[in-house]
Design a protein around this ligand. Structure first.
Ligand code: N01
Length: 865
């Protein structure tokens, strides 16, 4: 049976809170909850405190977040009586710090060491968890907190023959307590992640021969370790509280300035300078933040990746070894990058050899060494630095059985589902510290741990005050958070890599991005809002009776939310407060800040005859050989703003995705030319385009009309006019968030009337400029009120947070009811403007892909009579 740190006490039968783990999380939890008057017992398999820093004692083990930041901040007095000796402290120093914390707050008396909690069962009748240790002791608790760490379950080396080897075997994640002496020995290290990269230079110092087996080359930057950063120390001395608060509200958990320099657009000298500065800084967040877009744009990412490869080639003398050490199979940052001290240079030593497993795969481990590609290499010791079953592994390794008898392992068989990474449905009163779908491993863990512990403590305090004793996330809230977390990952390059973030390092583990990548700041805001909104999404119960404010905390796509936040922060005047000329200038200036869109084969300008005057057009031609399908396109802008080139990024994107020639036509604008001038121009343009299709290099049998917003209105009306006039034959129509009616009473006008860029007020302003009240019900202004039979097949896209959502949906439904083939696409989490923000709002790309695919399938279908 395990004993408490004080030495004698047996495991208590009953406590308010049981905490699993005595690392950074468990220690702070124990301290905090005890201070709040809860009875707490903590359990750890280890014989002392430290968590990850207890187990990972391999040579060279250090933190790679500066120690000024990788420390508790909850007690200024604690900060005063601890001084770090290095920028990146060694494992013994960090362990000594955690031991100091345990002593300072007298924590050991409530920690049972050498005690593994093997199973946990929820008992609904008593509303308590029953935990069982591996030695069959039981403890009953109201709340059960897994503070068991994200990287605490070492992965078993999955290599043929591993059990046969007779020499010394070491696992970096379970390193012996006594010193290991490699002097004069032939040593193998398998694995080149952070652990391998830290221990390889140290082992090379002692060993007679060192052979490194590398499966995936890893990006690493020099740590430039030394004294703690004078500038960080100065900032802390000047304003400790301000510094810590800035860390809490930062992207990664360390105060840092975010850049808006794009790796795609910035000139070479700026890119080089930013990279060199980050390289010199020797900090992970610096090298991960050289460019604003390196995490989402492959081109920007490759700029950084190649600069790192240049550094590797410059450090390693043998060109073949250098080439093997250059990572080429994953974007930089999508596997966790490392900070090192002399890692690449180690391969210049005569007794160090790199075995690139892509060129020389391991056949088997033998009794005496490793056989790789026909060569038998003998070793005295093998070090496995092969990583962990990360994030979910430590949680599901305990046999946790929830309210309906399902185990956590079974519930998560297809990947973890959590609410805020803190709780999971079906497992009441179970909390996780830095669980899956929380920032955790992507952040400074010290900051994320404190935030989780504080949140849990506040929650328990509140429940105690409100006479409640049961808490569980609702399925709706959990599904919403899982989706949001996934949305955040999907706009990044991360899903492209076979990383432990994706569960890809453990055979059979579901491929799901595990942590939350929206940022520490965004995450903290979400947790705060949940708390402020009556613990939204959490079902509470107890003597005071049940209560629940159900809901989803984040529904807008993460990159759309960033745009909205940015726009809100600029405090811009409302467009409807301007006159038309100022509004046009403003909208053109905004468009000029947007990425240009993908390259197309050719862009040409021209004019075509209109009813009143010539109309300018811009033509986008694919790079492929023609004849191409042809799309007549009408820009958005409420009939007031815009031009033939206003929607250029969207037109280029449409051109590339559909392989069609896009002819974007300007039309007369209001208020100078009111209804029906724009419609008359649009119809005349489509007639001209149809007649001239062949001379434009297009297939006259594949003509579509398309438009966004007011342009969607013109496209829809044009189809009705063409049908009524008996031509031209239009094979399909694409209506992107179109105006289809002048009715402001639909729910989407009320739900989304403010805060999503196109406001209800602005839409009224557009209508007022365009058409008189009496004209607005005319089918040429409100196509929803026209006859819809016999119209071309339609792709209708509506956006969830658009005032025009419901009229777009109504048009799609009315078309379908009239027998028109319709592909209705509802863009979840999008706004009226976000789908056209090509390369700025990444989450719009899959919607545009679906839209283009649907349009192409209609275009290719035989034309309807
Ligand atoms: O583990 P890893 P780690 N045959 O999974 C290879 C944190 N940490 O312990 O990439 C051959 O990163 C595997 O190859 P591949 C940090 O978050 C922090 O190094 O799967 N090779 C990879 O090279 C880190 O990310 C610090 O192709 C095999 C390596 O083993 C996380 O912990 C220090 C193999 C495993 O790398 C995990 O790091 C240390 C096989 N069968 C760790 N199986 C700090 O500095 C695996 N590999 C704070």
């Amino acid at each position: 049976m395990g004993r408490s740190g004080s030495g004698s006490a047996a495991i208590p039968a009953e406590v308010d809170v049981a905490v699993i783990g005595a690392g950074f999380s468990g220690l702070y939890l124990l301290h905090k909850l005890r201070e709040l008057g809860f009875s707490v017992a903590a359990f750890d398999e280890a014989s002392d405190v430290g968590g990850t820093w207890y187990w990972n004692r391999y040579p060279g083990a250090r933190c790679d977040i500066p120690t000024t930041d990788y420390a508790y901040s909850f007690d200024p007095e604690l900060e005063k009586d601890w001084t770090w000796s290095e920028k990146y402290a060694t494992q013994p120093e960090i362990l000594a710090y955690l031991q100091h914390v345990a002593d300072r707050y007298d924590l050991r008396r409530d920690i049972w060491f050498g005690t593994r909690i093997a199973a946990a069962v929820w008992d609904e009748a008593s509303r308590r968890w029953r935990l069982r240790t591996s030695e069959d002791d039981e403890v009953s608790c109201r709340y059960y907190v897994m503070a068991s760490g994200c990287l605490s379950l070492p992965k078993k080396p999955d290599i043929e023959g591993v059990g046969r080897y007779r020499g010394e075997v070491y696992l970096t994640g379970m390193w012996p307590h006594e010193r290991v002496d490699f002097s004069g020995k032939r040593v193998a290290v398998v694995g080149t992640g952070s652990s391998g990269i830290q221990c390889i230079p140290e082992i090379a110092r002692e060993a007679a021969q060192l052979t490194v087996f590398q499966r995936t080359a890893n990006f690493s930057a020099p740590a430039h370790n030394g004294a703690p950063s004078p500038s960080r120390l100065a900032q802390l001395a000047a304003d400790r509280d301000g510094y810590r608060e800035a860390a809490r509200w930062s992207r990664g958990g360390m105060p840092a300035e975010l850049t808006d320099v794009s790796g795609v657009i910035a000139p070479d000298d700026v890119r080089r300078q930013r990279f060199e500065d980050a390289w010199q800084a020797g900090e992970l967040f610096a090298i991960l933040g050289v460019f604003s877009d390196q995490g989402i744009n492959p081109v920007a990412n490759e700029v950084v990746a190649e600069m790192i490869r240049e550094k590797i080639r410059a450090s390693v003398t043998d060109p073949e070894t250098a080439d093997s050490l250059c990572p080429k199979d994953h974007p930089f940052g999508t596997k966790r990058p490392c900070l090192d001290t002399g890692y690449f240079e180690t391969f210049n030593l005569p007794h160090v050899r790199l075995v690139d497993l892509h060129r020389m795969p391991i056949a088997t481990i033998t009794e005496t060494g490793i056989d790789a590609a026909g060569e038998s290499i003998e070793f005295d010791a093998i070090v496995f630095a092969t990583g962990f079953d990360a994030m979910t592994g430590p949680l599901v390794s305990v046999d946790i059985s929830g309210a309906d008898g399902v185990t956590l392992k079974d519930k998560w068989a297809q990947g973890p589902t959590t609410y805020l990474g803190l709780m999971t449905t079906g497992f009441p009163n179970l909390f996780m510290i830095t669980g899956p779908q929380s920032p955790s491993v992507l952040s400074n863990m010290a900051v994320s741990i404190e935030q989780h512990v504080d949140w849990v403590a506040d929650c328990l305090l509140r429940m105690r005050a409100d006479n409640l004793d049961r808490i569980e996330p609702t399925p709706l809230a959990e599904a919403g958070w899982v989706r949001h977390s996934q949305d955040c990952a999907d706009i990044t390059l991360h899903p492209r890599a076979d990383s432990w973030y994706m569960g890809a390092n453990v055979p059979g583990k579901p491929r799901v991005f595990l942590p939350y990548i929206g940022g520490v700041d965004a995450y903290r805001r979400a947790c705060q809002e949940v708390a402020e909104n009556g613990l939204m999404g959490l079902r509470l119960d107890g003597p005071a009776g049940p209560r629940c404010n159900d809901g989803v905390i984040r529904r807008v796509q993460p990159d759309v939310a960033m745009v909205l936040d940015l726009v809100a922060s600029l405090g811009l005047p409302a467009m409807e407060s301007m006159d038309a000329a100022d509004a046009r200038a403003f909208s053109e200036a905004t468009a000029a800040t947007m990425p240009p869109g993908p390259a197309v084969g050719e862009i040409t300008d021209g004019t075509l005859p209109g009813p009143a005057a010539d109309l300018a057009y811009r033509l986008y031609r694919p790079a492929s050989a023609g004849p191409h399908p042809l799309i007549a396109y009408f820009h958005g802008g409420g009939w007031v703003l815009g031009s033939q080139h206003a929607d250029e990024p969207f037109c280029r994107d449409l051109c590339v995705r559909t392989g069609a020639v896009i002819v974007s036509v300007n039309y007369r604008h209001a208020p100078e030319d009111r209804f029906p001038a724009a419609v008359d121009d649009a119809f005349a343009a489509v007639q001209w385009i149809a007649v001239n299709a062949a001379s434009l290099g297009c297939d006259p049998g594949q003509l579509a009309v398309a438009g966004w917003s007011a342009g969607g209105n013109l496209a829809a009306v044009t189809c009705q006019l063409a049908r009524d006039a008996g031509g031209p034959v239009i094979t399909s129509q694409l209506l992107l968030t179109p105006v289809t009616d002048g009715d402001f009473g639909r729910p989407s006008y009320i739900e989304n009337g403010e805060g999503f860029i196109l406001t209800a007020a602005l839409m009224r302003w557009f209508w007022d400029h365009y058409a008189d009240e009496a004209e607005r019900a005319h089918p040429k202004a409100a196509p929803l009120r026209g006859t819809l039979t016999g119209l071309p097949p339609a792709v209708v896209v509506s956006a969830e947070f658009d005032p025009l959502r419901d009229e777009g949906d109504a048009y799609a439904e009315a078309l379908a009811a009239a027998g028109v083939p319709v592909r209705q696409i509802r863009a979840r989490g999008h706004t009226h403007t976000s789908l056209t923000m090509v390369d700025a709002v990444i989450s719009g790309a899959p919607v545009r892909a679906e839209m283009a695919e649907a349009l192409s399938s209609f275009l290719q279908a035989p034309a309807r009579a």
